[in-house]
Design a protein around this ligand. Sequence first.
Ligand code: CAA
Ligand code: FAD
Length: 376
Amino acid sequence: MNFELSSEHEMIRKTVRDFADKEVGPTAEERDEQERFDRTIFEKMAEIGLTGIPWPEEYGGIGGDYVMYCIAVEELSRVCASTGVMLSAHTSLACWPLYTFGNEEQKRKYLTPLAEGKFLGAYALTESQSGSDAGGMKTTARKEGNEYILNGSKIFITNGGEADIYIVFAKTSSDGKGETSAFIIEKDMKGFSIGKKERKLGIRASPTTEIIFEDCRVSKDHLLGEEGEGFKIAMMTLDGGRNGIAAQALGIAQGALDAAVAYAKERHQFKKPIIAQQGIAFKLADMATSVEASRLLTYQAAWLESQGEPYAKASAMSKLLSGDTAMKVTTEAVQVFGGYGYTKDYPVERFMRDAKITQIYEGTQEIQRLVISRYL
Ligand code: CAA
Ligand code: FAD
């Protein structure tokens, strides 16, 4: 058994931490305030290979593993959770299904520019009436000759309106479980448009939009995997995606912990630093322990996926633990900062607002428990 990260893993952490501190952190507060997505950050990430970490070089990637990818999402989220989820949705939810289920032509045409950072990716499963019950979607893809005609809408799509490629799930028939298929949709396709942009509590620099299909005709070349295989593709994609969100939650928690420790050493009350008060010191100890436990589960799930071992249960567990850790640690960080933590003068209120989504998306905490319990 070996808990040591390799020199490649340490190197990517250093590279991403430097990048995050220099290129992402300084504008995080402003982008949050303005609800502004900044494409140049994605472009700069592409320059250092972050947009294609786990994919082979022949498809524009850097040939890394899922642990490297998780470290990158963690380090970005340590300063800006919106940037962390941008990379997570792009990599786990758009690139992964293309790499796993795409044919050679689809990999060349879509995965390669995505991995190279020329395209940004998104994933569209949720609809207004079907969130947790993802199988209850109503968007249809009617087959007509060599084409499918998509009608319906998806809501809450991360990277919506900014992405170039959307992996979209729609019903191709109405006879039971094999009724869903997956499609690759390009942003400029006729009949495809962007609807309402959500105004949110947190991850405000990450665009979340509705996407709409009105007689959107796509050739059968846009079918990803086999017809009727869509629900399985959607679920298998989320199996890994959930660990990307665990890494995001971990990064948010680490950012909040770092800020709280630094503040507790500096802030004096009753003639000593507040970290010298056992009530604060113990709080910080609990926070650090939760962060470390989340890190171990998250890296373990990523390691399992990299080894080609089953990872769905581990991934649901890491998302469950890390999401709860992020919420608990960020809330306690605000407490450590006292009244100052409640203001926008410090980043901990943003971390707390950002943390909440990690308990909701890619399957709520209740759905993670449902997934985990099915393995017991
Ligand atoms: N891998 C492969 N196949 C799977 C699977 C998996 N992980 N999970 C289910 N399936 C297959 C089943 O084997 C079954 O196949 P058969 O019909 O051949 O038997 C079929 O799919 C249906 O499975 P279930 O009966 O288990 O499906 P269900 O209706 O009970 O739903 C669920 C299961 C886990 C609750 C699922 O609906 C789910 O994951 N819901 C949550 C949705 C979600 O996480 N959405 C996230 C959207 S993306 C997002 O939020 C993005 C972001 O953060 C940035
Ligand atoms: P509901 O399913 O209506 O759930 C409401 C409550 O009921 C929750 O507490 C839930 O846990 C509980 N509940 C439901 N069913 C059960 C059950 N069986 N047992 C116990 N409790 C249950 N979707 C995408 O497809 N792509 C994206 O890129 C994407 N990005 C998102 C970004 C943001 C900011 C947000 C807010 C959402 C995003 N989503 C995305 C959608 C997200 O995955 C869903 O919001 C989530 O899965 C929950 O669905 P819902 O909101 O419909 O809640």
